[in-house]
Ligand binder design. Structure first.
Ligand SMILES: [Zn+2]
Length: 142
């Protein structure tokens, strides 16, 4: 284990410092020019939102849930900032229906805007329904 205050070359080539989290006392690496005070597990409290900055799902907002949340079973448990994250659109629909969505249910957006998670903009589809509709529409077959 590194000592608090230790410095190492960070992932992006800059200097990283091993700091002690003010809340949970765990150690964590952070860039030398930034002092967040807490580790990322304490920083992202239940209810926190995280917007994807790049890639195919850019603009998608994830929400962190507490472990006793009724919709916690919808979240991804591993990796990704300590787990417990769910896409905000799915959460909005789940809260509306008062039940968790299954793997086979996909939340789609009428205006195709990933960031618009208004209830009126969202609708539920079965996984693969869009594809079946497309097949029927053009009478395609393989
Ligand atoms: Zn912490």
């Amino acid at each position: 284990m590194p000592e608090f205050g230790d410095i190492a070359i960070g992932k992006r080539g800059g200097m990283d410092v091993w700091r002690k989290c003010k809340e949970c006392s765990r150690g964590f690496w952070t860039p030398a020019n930034k002092d967040y005070g807490t580790c990322f597990l304490c920083w992202y409290k239940p209810g926190a939102e995280y917007e994807v900055q790049s890639g195919a799902s850019k603009g998608t907002v994830y929400v962190k849930l507490a472990e006793d949340d009724p919709q916690y079973d919808m979240t991804c448990k591993f990796g990704f900032l300590g787990g417990g994250w769910v896409r905000r659109g799915r959460l909005v629909i789940a809260r509306q229906l008062r039940r968790s969505l299954t793997e086979g249910e996909v939340v789609r957006r009428r205006d195709k805007n990933q960031a618009n998670d208004d209830v009126k903009n969202l609708y539920l589809q079965r996984r693969g329904a869009g594809f079946r509709w497309w097949m029927k529409k053009d009478r395609k077959s393989f």
